[in-house]
Design a binder for this molecule. Sequence first.
Ligand code: PHE
Length: 436
Amino acid sequence: MADAPESREQWGSRTGFILAAVGSAVGLGNMWRFSYLTAENGGAAFLVLYLVLVAAVGLPVLLAELVIGRGSRLSPIGALAHYGGSRWRLLGGLFLASGFLILAYYSVIAGWTLRYALTALGGFGPDSGAYFEQVSTGATAVGWHLAFMALTIAIILGGVNRGIERVSIVLMPLLFAIICGIAIYAATLPGADAGYDFYLSIDLAQMLDFKVLAAAASQAFFSLSLGMGAILTYASYVREDENLPNEAVIIATADFAVAFVAGLAVFPLLFALGLESKVGESTLGALFITLPSAFHEMGFAGQVVGTLFFVALVFGALTSAMSLLEVVVATAIDQLGWGRPFATMALGSLCALLGVPAALDLDVLGLMDQIAGSLFLVFGGLMLSIFVGFVMPDPVGEARQGAEGVRWFGAWRLLVRTVVPAVLLVVLWQSIRALG
Ligand code: PHE
């Protein structure tokens, strides 16, 4: 088993680490996936359930990943073996597979986003459905997917400090400012009220639906980058005295805030422009079709707002993709002794290749999202909760390091042993049923 090398890279500052972790969390999941799931699952009901699951299930697993990463100072495979013995390497292997698969299709969608940002600058045409079809599959999609992967690879080549941290410190505050600006602008549009109604007034009946529960839980994992070792890997670069419970709360809060504000931007905009009938027909591509229609109808304002929106989306996607690639690169460095440049180039290219089928066929993309983006993450989270709840010798002792004033360790332990595995089992069962 590889032990943590003395020369392991480290974050330059606490802020740098937090923004990098928030960068991993905030991405397409917050704007694209969150909005379409909210639309599909009844608006406010989904929002509330999602918030509850982030707090009761997401946050405990987030802290678990932080503790395992910092304590072992290793990427997932080595980290799990460090605390649980070599058979837990298998779970680390699943994390790697998730990382590969998610990055592959994630980069395809990020590629669309890149293309959209450019188009938005000149203004979208009237037929956004046809535009989506043209951009989302085929040679164009492959090209932009490869361009996006190249960008991700270039940053990961720079390493933890000069690559990931530097980029996150600049892009995250910009993203947040842009999204808030658009939400404020949307509030000034006549007719925005209907959007707030849909987004913020609750239909309790829908919250009792297992399907909505499963969607909200898997979204919590996807959005917080949990269940595949991304946060674990980032935590392997922090200093010993970092207050992990506090960091976990900050990261989860920031991630929820961005999703929430993105909803405050998207729904009023769509409703103000009379596109609400389209909100319900939500599929993978919904936002990529309805939003450009809205931007088209808004004329010049739409060019400005549309460009800013898609640029923010690109920023979010990039900092998330960085963390996905870092998991596999860090593993190759830790476990195989590869150098960072070779690991990044080789594994990044492999991932780019894996994304090509998703760029050629939307159904393949959707399937990859269902399997890796939902099923694998939820299963990974379930196994992590069992690992921290019952296998790891002294998780609370480790979490306490640097966090003397924190008082919710008892609750954490209890959640990780009971609520988290119970909820995730139900969700897993529901997701498997939905697949078959
Ligand atoms: N959290 C990212 C997003 O919301 C996606 C992601 C999932 C990143 C899993 C890393 C690991 O877009």
